[in-house]
Design a protein around this ligand. Structure first.
Ligand code: GTR
Length: 400
């Protein structure tokens, strides 16, 4: 009898070990299986001091969070380059039946006698006489990726609709900065900054794409048609991760729209649901800094979690989205990251109207510094998302 009991226990032990070995690196889609986790506090410094003022946040805590993201997640962005040049390749004053002017702008960046080109397609509404606010879409869904301008609007970038609402809208393809491919990603911006590739904390493609968004911002500062103080950066999925990282670093972006951005975007990493750090680092080894691989299956050891990336954008507004069928990107983890970024906004006495729990489907929270919706449907950037981005931008740029 005793022997049998011991055998049963051994059997259980083997089962437990086997299932925990399987769960290492596995994905979970069952809410009841999410283990408890503790997030690092936005307002507590790494030396364990509570941050109570904007001064302390901006002088100490914000910089230390930013460098923790650089060192461990996205890599360090080059802080200079030799020069930049803007040239107008083509202009069409009659776009959308005369409603807009289309400019094809070539942005050329030089460093160490090498250069790369960003091809920017920009539509500006003709009826506005003053500089207009703008949306900049980081485009990661172009068919032709890096070979031409993208002037063909779609539901992914509904340029005409945006123009009709009095905004300019621009886009560039991420392939102009770095091809989205683990074998060829170095054939772009990295030619200008080769040492990045050797450093364990060097940037990879998400960093390079975000750097590209900032070069477009350099251009906007130079274009009299654009109100450069009112530029929202938009990205979907991998582009949504990029938009957040761009806005966190470059405070010239006035709003960040992060659409279905998921793991290492707006979703919490410590919450075991959907894509994991091991999974993303395995499928896309060229997206994040080499140091990030140390956190495969060790989310808990990261000095940051994604609510802190959102907090880095404060006091500027952030709008995040999810889709009901997009469990891979963890809608609840996205909402919770937004919620947990609130303390940074509270420091500035800025209102967040996010409810305590995940809102119902298709019930956007607009009149707020932290905006959010979960739409019905799949992983996508759709007209519904843009309609709410426009409302959010109207609230922050026009209504106030
Ligand atoms: C997925 C990836 C996600 C997300 C997505 C996308 O395969 O796992 O993190 O970035 O691609 O960009 O559509």
């Amino acid at each position: 009898m005793r022997i049998e009991k011991t055998m049963i226990w051994k059997f259980y032990l083997v089962l437990i070990l086997a299932s925990s070995a399987l769960s290492v690196g596995a994905q979970n889609f069952d809410e009841s299986k999410v283990p408890p986790y503790t997030l690092p506090e936005v307002l507590k410094t790494y030396s364990n001091k509570q941050v109570k003022t904007v001064k302390r946040w901006e002088g100490k805590r914000r910089p230390e969070i930013l460098s923790a993201f650089e060192e461990n997640v996205y890599g360090h962005t080059p802080d200079s380059f030799d020069s930049i040049n803007f040239s107008l390749d083509r202009i069409d004053h009659n776009a959308f039946n005369g409603k807009a002017t289309l400019k094809q702008v070539l942005i050329t960046i030089f460093n160490h006698n090498k250069s790369i080109d960003i091809r920017l397609s920009l539509y500006v509404p003709n009826k506005e006489t003053n500089p207009v606010p703008a949306f900049l879409l980081i485009h990661n869904r172009r068919k032709e990726r890096s070979v031409s301008w993208d002037n063909t609007p779609s539901s992914f970038w509904p340029a005409e609709k945006i123009i009709d609402n009095g905004y300019a809208v621009a886009t560039f393809g991420v392939g102009d900065l770095a091809p989205d491919n683990k074998d060829t990603f170095m054939n772009g911006a990295f030619q200008l900054f080769p040492s990045q590739l050797e450093a364990e904390n060097g940037m990879r493609t998400i960093g390079a794409w975000a750097w590209g968004a900032s070069r477009v911002m350099d251009y906007f500062m130079d274009d009299q048609d654009i109100d450069a103080e009112k530029v929202g950066v938009v990205g979907h999925s991998r582009g949504g991760k990029t938009a957040l990282w761009a806005a966190a670093q470059d405070q010239r972006f006035a709003i960040c729209f992060t659409n279905c951005s998921g793991n290492t975007g707006a979703a919490l990493s410590r919450r075991w649901f959907g894509e994991t750090i091991r999974k993303i680092n395995t499928s896309f080894p060229h997206w994040f800094t080499d140091n990030y691989k140390k956190f495969n299956d060790h989310e808990d050891l990261l000095p940051v979690d994604q609510h802190m990336l959102i907090a880095l954008v404060a006091p500027r507004p952030v709008y995040a989205t999810s889709a009901s069928e997009d469990l891979w990107a963890d809608p609840k983890g996205t909402f919770l990251a937004m919620k947990n970024a609130e303390p940074a906004y509270n420091l500035y006495k800025l209102k967040s109207a996010l409810p305590d729990n995940l809102p119902e489907l298709n019930e956007p929270i607009i009149n707020s510094y932290l905006g959010y919706h979960i739409k019905e449907g799949k992983h996508s950037l759709a007209l519904y998302d843009w309609e709410n981005f426009i409302k959010f931008a109207d609230f922050h740029f026009k209504a106030k």
